[in-house]
Design a protein around this ligand. Structure first.
Ligand code: SF4
Ligand code: SF4
Length: 417
């Protein structure tokens, strides 16, 4: 590898070298506790999916360029220059990682794999080895946002079609307001009627003053690993929230979109937003508890279980509201074991469902989730994340689980009185 390229990659590491990353570089005890926490390593036994191994690849560069011992005695201190072999291994282990952070939860030093993978993606992108498809999808979203005179009318027509379907299905008009100035809530949905219809029914039942904008919540810039692209994608709907003067931004049932909006955007934008950000399930839970919507407590007759999406549960801190909602409408709720912060990742996060090259490890790595689901005996799985639903739908087919996999808000819309 040319010296200039090596300098560029070391420069990326240098730029990201804050106290937190330096600590992660210095303190791994090689205890390997993280190996039993990672669904990918447990399912494959492949060293490249071992969380500590991925960090070790970055650490080898760190030792060579950021420590005296590694600089002068690289062989003795396991220090080396980045080379093609290192980058090949780093690519496979980094873009396969779902960012679930289960390993972080179990690591005695809480070494945060999400920080490591963010650093690894920065290095890979600088080396021209970022995942091409994720990069293209991020660019496509940015292109669409820059050309709303071309796409805006098509998107609005789509909303009108969904509104017409809702009226037909419900025997009465259920409005889908778009770009409504002075709305209290900007609801940021995914593309597709499944993300809009149940929310519209629930907002309507609650008498909420809400609106959509023309921008969706999915953020491939985040999966790709480019914070600037991710910020620009999120900025579209955040700017709309500012323009419309809403009191809060409500993110649909999508794990990574919730984290981007609630946990990263203000830091990326270096600005405090004048509205709060909530997940749609926090809002629905409040509607039920405040009596703004009435639900039938026995509406869902089948046994229901709930999957904690990593970005909403372990990484987002939302555990109880979805369970309270499900228990308000289903008489037979059985939680998975383990659950909440210890739940197993389904294997579908981090953009992996979009990358065909990881299909084998992705499907294999759902093994623990399959065992958990089977043990509940449930026939309905409530799941508030699009990526998890895609993954579990495939697991359902491959393992013949006989499950109905549904967004939580869809169950609520079914249960409204
Ligand atoms: S974040 Fe999840 S997928 Fe990535 S290494 Fe840790 S446990 Fe494995
Ligand atoms: S659990 Fe933490 S300290 Fe132990 S090997 Fe894994 S990353 Fe290192």
């Amino acid at each position: 590898m040319e010296k200039q390229t090596i300098d560029t990659l070391v420069g990326v590491l240098d730029k990201r070298m804050n106290r937190q990353l330096k600590l992660y570089m210095d303190i791994c005890a090689r205890c390997a506790i993280c190996k039993d926490a990672c669904h990918q390593y447990v399912a494959t036994g492949d060293m490249k999916y071992l969380p500590a191994r991925r960090a070790e690849l970055i650490r080898e560069i760190y030792r060579k360029y950021f420590t005296k011992a590694g600089q002068f005695m690289p062989a003795l201190y396991e220090a080396r220059d980045p080379d093609d072999n290192l980058l090949d291994e780093l690519y496979d282990s980094t873009y396969a990682c779902t960012g679930c952070r289960r390993c972080t939860y179990y690591c005695p030093f809480s070494i945060d794999t999400a920080w490591i993978t963010a650093t690894a993606k920065g290095i890979l992108i600088a080396a021209g080895r970022g995942n091409e498809l994720l990069g293209q999808l991020a660019d496509a979203a940015l292109f669409k946002g820059d050309n709303m005179e071309m796409f805006g009318e098509i998107i609005e027509t789509g909303f009108k079609d969904i509104e017409a379907e809702l009226a037909e299905e419900n025997g009465r008009p259920i409005p889908i307001p778009v770009n409504k100035q002075g709305a209290d809530i900007l609801y940021v949905a995914l593309a597709g009627s499944h993300s809009i219809k149940p929310a519209a029914i629930i907002f309507d039942a609650a008498g909420a003053n809400w609106t959509l904008s023309l921008f969706e919540s999915a953020n491939y810039g985040f999966f790709y690993g480019d914070p600037e692209k991710a910020r620009l994608i999120a900025k579209r709907y955040m700017d709309e929230a500012l323009r419309l003067g809403v009191k809060e931004v409500v993110i649909t049932e999508c794990g990574h979109a919730y984290r981007v909006a609630e946990m990263f955007y203000e830091a990326w934008a270096k600005a405090k937003m004048p509205f709060k950000v909530r997940h749609i399930l926090e809002v629905i839970d409040e509607y039920i508890k405040d009596g703004r919507i009435k639900v039938d407590p026995g509406a869902i007759k089948e046994r229901v279980t709930y999957h904690d999406p990593c970005q909403i549960g372990r990484n987002g801190g939302i555990y109880e509201q979805p369970r309270d909602i499900v228990m308000a409408i289903a008489g037979d709720f059985v939680d998975m074991t383990p659950n909440r912060e210890k739940q197993w990742c389904c294997g579908g996060g981090g953009g992996i469902v979009a990358m065909e090259e990881f299909n084998t490890v992705r499907l294999k790595s759902g093994a623990e989730k399959v065992k958990q689901i089977r043990a509940t005996g449930a026939t309905v799985l409530a799941c508030p994340c699009e990526n998890c639903r895609l993954q579990i739908t495939e697991l359902n087919e491959v393992h013949d689980l006989g499950l109905r996999i549904v967004p939580v808000m869809e169950l609520v819309a079914e249960a409204l009185q």
